[in-house]
Design a protein around this ligand. Structure first.
Ligand SMILES: Nc1nc2c(c(=O)[nH]1)N[C@H]1C(S)=C(S)[C@@H](COP(=O)(O)OP(=O)(O)OC[C@H]3O[C@@H](n4cnc5c(=O)[nH]c(N)nc54)[C@H](O)[C@@H]3O)O[C@H]1N2
Ligand SMILES: Nc1nc2c(c(=O)[nH]1)N[C@H]1C(S)=C(S)[C@@H](COP(=O)(O)OP(=O)(O)OC[C@H]3O[C@@H](n4cnc5c(=O)[nH]c(N)nc54)[C@H](O)[C@@H]3O)O[C@H]1N2
Ligand code: SF4
Ligand SMILES: [Mo]
Length: 684
């Protein structure tokens, strides 16, 4: 591992989450001395979260994979040279394709490389191979938010204009922990007098900073959104001009909204009629500068897409659409297109999960990762036999973890690219050491800033391969590299990608904080059609009705509310994020481990008393899917609703996904229920 310069400071971006904060990597005598925030970066203005500082320990970690490994028949691993490993992988893929067809192979990208260019290499590769089977962490994250927003308004706002909002509602979002730049923008708005309302069954860090914390029963946000819609409609305090001129389906939406009286909403959500009117009044007063920001929690419910559609419609009633201080229809830069969905459409090859979730496939062009596990085990139309996973650890992150592990073990070929020997990597036939974000260079755009940037490769580590090189090398061995991966390296591909923008690579290299590629305009829907099927804001979606779903979003109570269970009387939220860990990552950073050494189940003191549980005691948490043993942490009474418990995910020692159920999914988006899981607690 060599640093690009011996001594000095390299400005680049942190890519340990998708925010891409500006950082400065301080190099001393060919090693990373420390990492600090870049004060001149408009996104984070010098602030960074603990994970950014840990990048130094992460990339130089003694446990880091530095050599390709091959699994032996007895289950052990031996070192293998990169070239030999790639030859063998190519030969096995060719053989599987010859015997069973290209679609019996797939690729799977995770959060570590997701969303952008790195994921698009994988999409390009699998299509060029002839298979439609691209999976990602997005089918357990984000897809529902995207689908719901696009169904209603035709676009998804990655970064709403928090800084200029007058009212910000965080629906199960905890941005101080999960998206630092959001919090920076929210604090800016608060300084200007904006009101912050946090809707969360737990008193999160965000809730502590809010003007109003609204504890809500898990999975019932849709009912509150409907109640607020009714409030705005019946008080006449909504944006009539927007609704009349630019929207469709309002009358039918209104008819359903009228059912959600404050009493109905209170019975469902636990939110009092007084609180509902208080929120409604704020919305009416602050519109259109209102941001309704939903987090992952609203997706991890079996009624996720429809709840999120209702929430989007609520923003429509506020006229908070493509406006300053609201959601904005942000334009991405025009980059060269890596994906091959136009040139090589493979929809007729039966993408896995597209039969169950055609909207997910249609809108996201991706397969359903949960369905992939069944296909690995021979269920469904055809078997998935070969898989390349990069930047993901599904054994810890996908629902029904025991089944995920069995599924991966059934594959004829599993290749895993990672920095560490994860639980997922241990199932692989070949493990390839991957480049970290400091060992590659990639393009990134912040549409809300209308800026495009290039990250700097700070370390040169010959023992690891970057994502581009890996797909390039495999494609060339499979015989079609020249056609589909013609660029010699990532620098060449970066140059090709930015060509349509007219910005040169050299210009980007000299401006680590990025360069403007456009200017933000508002209310574009007054000048052109919104990108929905009708061209209008859709309170009702005829296209969704055609696909067999409700034209108007429906509210359905989460199953634990609809039918109480004597066997599983508690409802479990999983995966509330903590600042030091990122899904399954960073448990091997010694100082983080010291600060937060073990997984815990958060429990209300009344529930603990009823179960005779002491703080710090080991308990067993049981669901209909599985059981884990874990330490109980009794939180203060206002920190969590009674009857609700919480366990964060990503721990090998108590994998909460042994309790989540892969059959419990949203009917439109296919996302799993990870936030209102029925459980009981008993002695271990
Ligand atoms: N440090 C850190 N940051 C991360 C991540 C990480 O693992 N660690 N993961 C990243 C990823 S991929 C994602 S998707 C984001 C997620 O980011 P967020 O959406 O902010 O996610 P969480 O922190 O899980 O959840 C926020 C809150 O939702 C509450 N909640 C649970 N169920 C419900 C419900 O039914 N309704 C409501 N209103 N609230 C509910 C929880 O109590 C929790 O306090 O974070 C990203 N950032
Ligand atoms: N129960 C429960 N489960 C959940 C959630 C929840 O709230 N509750 N949240 C879900 C959500 S929102 C998401 S997004 C998923 C995330 O699911 P995953 O993407 O599977 O999660 P990570 O643990 O972040 O896995 C990333 C892996 O990539 C490796 N890695 C790090 N950097 C690099 C790199 O530069 N290149 C490569 N090739 N590998 C790298 C890491 O070591 C790690 O093993 O988890 C989901 N799982
Ligand atoms: S929020 Fe933290 S992990 Fe994410 S980019 Fe910023 S500094 Fe890195
Ligand atoms: Mo996520």
């Amino acid at each position: 591992m060599r640093t690009v310069i011996q001594n000095g400071v390299v400005h680049t971006l942190c890519r340990q989450c998708d925010m891409h904060c500006g950082i400065k990597v301080h190099l001393a005598e060919g090693a990373i001395a420390r990492i600090t925030g870049d004060k001149d970066h408009p996104l984070n203005r010098g602030r960074i979260c603990p994970k950014a500082t840990a990048a130094r320990e992460l990339v130089t970690h003694p446990e880091r994979l530095r050599h390709p490994l091959k699994r032996l028949p007895d289950g052990g691993f031996v070192k293998i040279e990169y070239e030999a490993a790639m030859d063998e992988i190519a030969a096995r893929m060719t053989e599987i394709k010859r015997r069973h067809g290209a679609r019996s192979a797939g690729v799977w990208t995770g959060e570590a490389i997701g969303f952008n260019q790195q994921a698009d290499y994988a999409r390009r590769f699998v299509h060029a191979f002839g298979s439609p089977n691209y999976f990602s962490a997005e089918s357990v994250c984000f897809a529902s938010r995207y689908i719901a927003s696009c169904l209603v308004q035709g676009f998804y706002t990655q970064f709403p204009d928090f800084a200029n909002a007058n009212l910000i509602l965080l629906w199960g979002v905890n941005p101080g922990v999960t998206h630092l730049p959001y919090m920076i923008a929210i604090e800016e708005a608060q300084e200007k007098g904006a009101r912050l309302i946090v809707i969360d069954p737990r008193r999160s860090a965000a809730a502590r900073k809010a003007d109003l914390h609204v504890p809500i029963r898990p999975g019932t946000d849709g009912a509150l959104a409907w109640g607020l819609a009714r409030y705005l409609i019946t008080t006449g305090n909504y944006d009539r001009e927007f609704v009349e001129r630019y929207a469709t389906g309002f009358d039918r939406f209104k008819a359903r909204a009228l059912n959600f009286t404050a009493k109905v909403v209170a019975a469902e959500t636990g939110v009092s009629p007084q609180t509902l009117s208080q929120i409604g009044r704020s919305m009416g007063r602050c519109r259109p500068r209102v941001v309704n920001a939903p987090g992952i929690s609203l997706e991890h419910c079996v009624n996720g897409v429809d709840n999120l559609r209702t929430l989007a419609c609520l923003s429509g009633l506020c006229g908070a659409v493509d406006r300053k201080g609201a959601e904005v229809w942000q334009m991405a830069p025009e980059l060269g297109k890596l994906t091959l969905y136009d040139e090589l459409p493979l929809q007729d090859k039966g993408p896995i999960g597209a039969d169950r979730f055609p909207i997910l496939y249609g809108m996201r062009k991706e397969c359903h990762s949960i369905s992939a596990i069944d296909r690995m085990m021979g269920k469904g139309a055809y078997r998935l036999r070969a898989l390349v996973i990069t930047g993901a650890n599904p054994v810890l992150t996908n629902p029904n973890a025991a089944k995920v592990a069995r599924g991966l073990s059934s594959l004829e070929l599993l290749v895993v690219r990672d920095l560490f020997l994860t639980e997922t990597a241990k199932k692989a036939h070949y493990i390839l050491p991957a480049a970290s974000f400091l060992e590659r260079s990639e393009l990134y755009a912040w549409p809300h800033l209308q800026r495009l940037a290039l990250t700097t490769k700070v370390l040169d580590s010959p023992e690891v391969t970057d994502e581009y090189t890996f797909w390039h090398d495999l494609a060339h061995r499979l015989g079609w590299g020249k056609t589909y991966f013609p660029w010699a390296d990532e620098k060449a591909v970066n140059r090709w990608l930015i060509q349509p923008t007219g910005i040169s690579l050299e210009a980007l290299e000299s401006r680590p904080e990025g360069l403007a590629y456009g200017a933000q305009a508002y209310q574009k829907y007054t000048r052109r059609r919104l990108p929905t099927p009708s061209g209008k804001y859709e309170f009702a979606s005829p296209s969704l009705a055609e696909a067999g779903h409700g034209e108007i979003p429906a509210y359905s109570a989460p199953p634990y509310m609809a039918a109480k269970s004597a066997e599983y009387p508690l409802v479990m939220i999983t995966g509330a994020r903590v600042a030091l860990y990122y899904h399954s990552r960073y448990r091997n950073i010694a100082r983080f481990r010291k600060a937060l050494p073990a997984p815990e189940v958060e429990i209300h003191p009344d529930d603990a008393r009823a179960l005779m549980i002491q703080n710090g005691q080991k308990v067993r948490v049981v669901s209909s899917t599985g059981a884990i043993d874990i330490t109980a942490r009794i939180v203060s009474p206002d920190n969590i609703l009674t009857g609700v418990v919480q366990i964060s995910h990503g721990w090998e020692e108590a994998n909460v996904n042994l309790l989540t159920d892969d059959a419990d999914v949203d009917p439109i988006g296919g996302l799993p229920n990870m936030k209102s899981v029925r459980v009981r607690i008993e002695p271990p």
